[in-house]
Design a protein around this ligand. Structure first.
Ligand code: FAD
Ligand code: AMP
Length: 479
């Protein structure tokens, strides 16, 4: 007899595991199927995010930032160190330990909440049945009242640069180099390409990023993206825009990467090449044809605003459905779906989902960009404040970047906050809370912020919307 559940979740990334835990909290009998094999060759929960995404990349960004600081920035603080050496194997071992501690933590949470973990591949069959193929090939069928699909995404591969073990790699391979490449190529100057390019540049690589688009970071506010490009180039990231990679040739000493731009065709020879050209949903083999699960032309599962698919009692969340491919977006969808299944009213405000790029300086934003408002013909006011005028940023010796607050010209409601600067992955939460509460720039201006903090720059940028910033000369004169 097949086992019966209230909810079966396929996929245990930040979408699926959060959905499963929330279902269990709500008293639903829940199973979660996942096929991931971790670094230690054992099944691991947490999906892309914990195993080869958010967490290991942030571990290496942190370690490489320490290395860069000790070599380049501590001197200014009067601290000198001799005999500084890089132990890459230790750095990687630390990263792997962070990952395994966290993935085991999810296993502990499953146990504590009574979520059953099935290790293997899950396939949706008609009538909310799910076939499970365990890693040893053993087959079983689970029956559910509701199914949540959270299969996540994988790196896109391109014919121009087929992966070659240890040399032409995707983001997962780039998190596990055993030696610092002398010359490193990155195809794609998107979020992942920039973060991984930064890690290896800090550790000593010469990094060339080849980006097909003529513009840089198209989703970010243009003013912020322009500042980011300036900063990254100053740091030594060789970012070439409008450069489309057309083919690669493996040689004795590395990879010859051919690319073209408006002026002509070029070859760049690198020791290692990272392909970071985007991600595609893992929907192949996810549902039997008889189910009739509706996918779009790119393979994303079609869902409505409550993440319901075209099949009754089947939901889909995370990277495999529309919207930004971000861990927190998938997790919130997981919570929403669990609560909907439990009969509660639940929704997500997709307008305030924050985006963060964990380079240095960091880039973070929530809400709309100035260029989007211009294109929509909406009237707005803008206030900006540079971290160079922040006492705390100056004291830290890390004062590049700015805060930009955009507010509706008529209602003064905050429409977007865009930041480039140190620690703005943390600062952006203030923007999200303000926007979630429907705050005006005046509300932010009237709020008392502690001194000296980086957060004061949000206060000053809000004051600047109305020409009232204290620590910069204002272009607008308040009446
Ligand atoms: P995933 O995390 O991809 O998990 C899906 C899981 O389902 C996987 O374990 C997979 O093996 C399993 N699965 C798939 N199909 C089946 C099946 N049929 N049967 C059983 N199991 C199945 N996002 C951020 O928000 N912040 C960041 O800093 C960030 N950094 C990133 C850095 C890198 C290098 C990468 C690659 C991604 C990063 N992301 C980041 C994106 C983030 O990892 C994803 O948005 C997030 O993991 C998506 O969650 P998910 O649950 O939808 O899918
Ligand atoms: P993201 O989707 O943010 O991960 O960014 C991926 C980037 O890769 C996009 O900006 C694409 O324009 C870029 N890209 C895709 N294919 C190529 C290619 N053949 N050569 C250079 N850049 C590419």
């Amino acid at each position: 007899m097949s086992k019966q559940y209230d909810v079966v979740v396929i996929g245990a990334g930040p979408g699926g595991y959060v959905a499963a835990i929330r279902c269990a909290q709500l008293g639903l009998k829940t199973a979660c199927i996942d096929k991931w094999i971790g670094v230690d060759n054992r099944p691991a929960l947490g999906g892309t995010c914990l195993n080869v995404g958010c967490i290991p990349s942030k571990a290496l960004l942190e370690s490489s930032a320490h290395y860069e600081d000790i070599n380049h920035t501590f001197g200014e603080h009067g601290i000198t160190a001799s005999g500084v050496a890089l132990d890459l194997a230790q750095m990687m071992a630390r990263k792997d330990k962070v990952v395994s501690d966290l993935t085991q933590g999810i296993a502990g949470l499953f146990k504590a909440n009574g979520v059953e973990w099935h290790q293997g591949h899950g396939k949706l069959l008609p009538k909310q049945q799910v076939a499970v193929t365990a890693h040893d090939g053993k087959q079983s069928v689970l029956e559910a009242t509701h199914v949540i699909l959270a299969p996540g995404s994988s790196s896109v591969e391109i014919a121009a640069a087929p992966l070659a073990e240890g040399v032409i790699v995707d983001s997962s391979g780039a998190l596990a180099f055993d030696k610092v490449p002398q010359r490193l190529g990155v195809i794609g100057a998107g979020v992942i390409g920039l973060e991984l390019g930064s890690v290896w540049r800090r550790l000593g690589s010469e990094v060339v990023l080849l980006e097909a688009q003529g513009s840089f970071l198209g989703a970010a506010d243009e003013q912020i993206a322009k500042e980011a490009l300036r900063q990254f180039k100053y740091q030594g990231l060789d970012i070439r825009l409008g450069a489309r990679v057309t083919s690669c040739e493996m040689g004795e000493t590395g990879v010859a990467v051919q690319y073209q731009d408006a002026e002509g065709e070029y070859t760049e020879t690198v020791d290692k090449l990272i392909v970071a050209v985007g991600r595609r949903p893992n929907t192949e083999g996810l549902a039997a044809d008889e189910v009739g699960l509706l996918l779009d032309e790119w393979g994303f599962i079609h869902v409505n605003e409550q993440c319901r698919t075209n099949q009754p009692s089947v939901y889909a969340i995370g990277d495999a459905v529309r919207g930004p491919m971000l861990a927190h977006k998938g997790s919130e969808e997981g919570v929403m779906v669990a609560e909907v299944i439990a009969g509660q009213k639940a929704e997500i405000n997709y307008d305030t989902i924050p985006s963060v790029i964990y380079t240095h300086p960091e880039i973070a934003w929530a809400g709309v960009t100035e260029q989007a408002l211009k294109a929509a013909g909406r009237d707005y006011n803008v206030g900006t404040f540079p971290f160079a005028a922040s006492g705390r940023a100056r004291a830290a010796g890390d004062s590049s970047g700015m805060v930009k607050v955009i507010a509706d010209a008529v209602t003064d409601r905050v429409l977007g906050i865009h930041i480039i600067g140190a620690h703005c992955s943390e600062l952006i939460a203030q923007a999200v809370i303000a926007m979630e509460m429907g705050a005006s720039s005046e509300d932010l201006a009237m709020t008392v912020f502690a001194h000296p903090t980086l957060s004061e720059s949000i206060h000053e940028a809000a004051l600047a919307v109305d020409g009232r910033a204290i620590h910069i000369p204002n272009r607008k004169k308040r009446q």
